[in-house]
Design a protein. Structure first.
Ligand code: C5P
Length: 224
């Protein structure tokens, strides 16, 4: 069967990764969480006290970073590795979330991530989620989905997810972080978050995971 590229973009905490992962499973495609790559770069910068205002320091740091995804037998998911260390859980940390959008505005960081993402899509048969996948990474993708959800629904979903790992977290913190990331992601100079002109909009505020998967699968099958 013909293999295609499916891009899933949208604001923070719209359920993009869940949809992308489920869709990839159903189609037997590779799933790539591009946000995990930006998060891993941010983790490296924070750990090594990189001054990301300085182009030279950023370039040097990027030359020391090797990112990969490796399958985890226990969870049945692909985890992000930073220089051979599994950082899948660490990159979800609040400190990383607070800094990742600033790091993601840096041109060199985007070029670094985008080049690897494009390489991963060379053989097609991939579902990638992020902010600029349908506009910059794979502008010719066969299926582009732009996911939206009511901001209050997104805060609630994200809060529930984070609260399980960290009961200290407050709803205010989660709300502020989502609003800040959406603002920076939408207003940055290099490939800001935009809906591609040929993307299908999926508002999942009132949809279950199964319902949104059903819709996306239907759109995918039309392209196969
Ligand atoms: O998808 P996730 O929320 O984990 O992404 C974390 C951050 O990484 C986003 O808020 C955004 O700043 C950045 N990102 C990006 N481009 C992508 C994916 C993520 O700038 N394609």
């Amino acid at each position: 069967m013909k293999k295609i590229i499916i891009t899933i973009d949208g604001f923070s905490s719209c359920g993009k990764s869940t949809l992308a992962r489920q869709l990839a499973q159903k189609l037997n495609y590779v799933f790539i969480d591009s946000g995990a790559m930006y998060r891993a770069v941010t983790l490296y910068f924070l750990r090594n006290h990189i001054n990301w205002e300085k182009k030279k320091d950023v370039e040097k740091a990027l030359s020391e970073i090797n990112l990969s995804f490796q399958y985890n037998d226990q969870t049945g998911r692909s985890d992000i590795y930073l220089n051979d260390e599994n950082v899948e859980l660490l990159v979800r940390d609040m400190l990383v979330s607070e800094n990742v959008s600033a790091v993601s505005t840096i041109r060199e960081v985007r070029e670094f991530a985008v080049a690897q993402q494009q390489q991963m899509g060379k053989k097609k048969g991939i579902v990638m989620d992020g902010r600029d996948i349908g506009t910059t990474v794979f502008p010719k993708a066969e299926l582009k989905i732009f996911v939206t959800a009511d901001p209050a629904v997104r805060v609630e979903r994200r809060f529930k997810e984070l609260f399980e790992k960290n009961p200290q977290i407050t709803i205010e913190e989660v709300k502020n972080n989502l609003e800040m990331r959406d603002y920076i992601d939408s207003n940055r100079e290099v490939s800001p978050l935009r809906q591609a002109a040929d993307a299908i909009v999926l508002d999942n505020s009132n949809l279950t995971r199964d319902e949104q998967l059903h819709k996306a699968l239907h759109w995918a099958k039309e392209k196969l």
